[in-house]
Design a protein around this ligand. Structure first.
Ligand SMILES: [Zn+2]
Ligand SMILES: [Zn+2]
Length: 306
C-alpha cells in the first residue's frame, strides 16, 4: 500500500477523488517558523498569511527567515502559499494619488511574497467611489498593470514576483466586483486570475443555502471565469443572502448548508481552498480542516514513509 501511494503520489494526491487542496489563513506574529508548525498540526495543504500590517501603509520588511520559510513550506508540501495584501489598497480610487499609492503598496507585497516563495497575492477589487462600476473597473485594470510593472522594477530580475489575483466583494457601498460578470470582465481585461470568497458571494446574492443553489453558483463561476479561478476563500457567512454585509463564520456554523459545500467542490475541481474563518482552539481548527477535506471528497493519503 505504501509503495503504491508513493508511486502515485504526484498523480493522484488524494483518495476518494478529492482534488481541492485545503488550508487556512494563519497569523505570523510568532514568526514564520511557528506558523509552519501550526500549519502542519492543523493538517493544512495550503496556507495564507499577511506579509505586512494589513491595516497600515508600512511596507513589508525583508525577512531574514525568508529562505528558511520557503524551504520549510516546500518540505511540508504547502501549495500554494498565498499572501493577502493590505485592506487599505484601493486600485480603483477616484484619486490618482491614492491609486498610485495602492499600486506601489501592492507591488511591494508581490515582491515580498515572491521572496518567501509565495505564488499568489490576493487584492480586493476596490471601490469606485461614486463614478460607477465601469469607470472603476477601468481604473482597477490600469492600476493592476501599474502594480505589475512596479513589481517587476522593484524585483529587478533578482527575485521572484508573486502573481496578483483579484477578490470578489460583498458589493457594499461602491465596491466593485460583487458579481461574477464584473469579476470576469476584470479578469479578461487585466489578464488576471481571481479569488472567490464564498461568504462574500453569498451575501452578494449567490445562493449557497442549498445543494442545487451551490451547483448553479459553480456553473455561473465556470461560465464567467472559465479556468481563471485561482483560489477559493472558503468562509461560511454570518449574514443573510443578499445582505451585502460581510462576516465570516466557521464552516458549518453559518448560513451555507453542508450539502452546498460538497456541490461547490464537485463543481470546482482542483481549485485550492483557504479558510479565513474565526480562530478557535487548535483542536477545533484542526477539526474544521478535517471536515472541509471530507466535504471536498476525502481525507488525504498519509505521506509515504520510505
Ligand atoms: Zn480578502
Ligand atoms: Zn470577508
Amino acid at each position: 500500500m505504501a509503495t503504491i501511494c508513493a508511486m502515485t503520489k504526484t498523480k493522484t494526491q488524494f483518495e476518494n477523488g478529492r482534488t481541492n487542496r485545503i488550508g487556512r489563513h494563519l497569523g505570523t506574529s510568532g514568526g514564520l517558523h511557528k506558523m509552519l508548525a501550526t500549519a502542519e498540526s492543523l493538517g493544512c495543504e495550503t496556507v495564507q498569511i499577511f506579509v505586512s500590517n494589513p491595516q497600515g501603509w508600512a511596507e513589508p520588511v525583508p525577512r531574514p527567515d525568508a529562505e528558511a520559510f520557503a524551504e520549510g513550506s516546500k518540505k511540508l508540501g504547502l501549495d500554494p502559499v498565498v499572501v493577502h495584501s493590505k485592506y487599505l489598497i484601493n486600485l480603483a480610487s477616484q484619486k490618482p494619488e491614492s491609486r498610485e499609492r495602492s499600486a506601489r503598496a501592492l507591488a511591494f507585497e508581490m515582491v515580498a511574497a515572491g521572496a518567501i516563495g509565495a505564488s499568489l497575492v490576493v487584492v480586493h477589487s476596490g471601490s469606485h467611489g461614486g463614478e460607477g462600476e465601469e469607470v472603476g473597473i477601468s481604473r482597477l485594470v490600469d492600476s493592476l498593470d501599474r502594480a505589475r510593472s512596479l513589481a517587476a522594477d522593484l524585483a529587478a530580475g533578482s527575485s521572484r514576483v508573486a502573481e496578483v489575483i483579484v477578490e470578489n466583494s460583498v458589493g457594499g457601498g461602491t465596491q466593485l466586483c460583487s458579481t461574477f460578470e464584473a469579476l470576469g470582465e476584470v479578469s479578461r481585461r487585466a489578464d488576471v486570475r481571481v479569488c472567490v470568497d464564498t461568504a462574500h458571494a453569498f451575501v452578494a446574492g449567490y445562493d449557497l443555502s442549498t445543494p442545487q443553489g451551490a451547483r448553479g453558483v459553480a456553473e455561473k463561476l465556470r461560465e464567467h471565469l472559465n479556468s481563471d479561478v485561482a483560489l477559493l476563500h472558503l468562509n461560511d457567512a454570518k449574514n443573510e443572502m443578499g445582505s451585502r454585509r460581510d462576516g465570516h463564520r466557521k464552516i458549518g456554523e453559518g448560513q451555507v448548508s453542508p450539502g452546498a459545500w460538497a456541490e461547490l467542490f464537485a463543481g470546482l475541481p482542483g481549485i485550492p481552498v483557504v479558510m479565513e474563518t474565526p480562530y478557535e482552539d487548535a483542536e477545533a481548527d484542526a477539526e474544521e480542516v478535517r471536515r472541509v477535506k471530507e466535504l471536498a471528497g476525502g481525507l488525504p493519503v498519509p505521506p509515504a514513509r520510505v
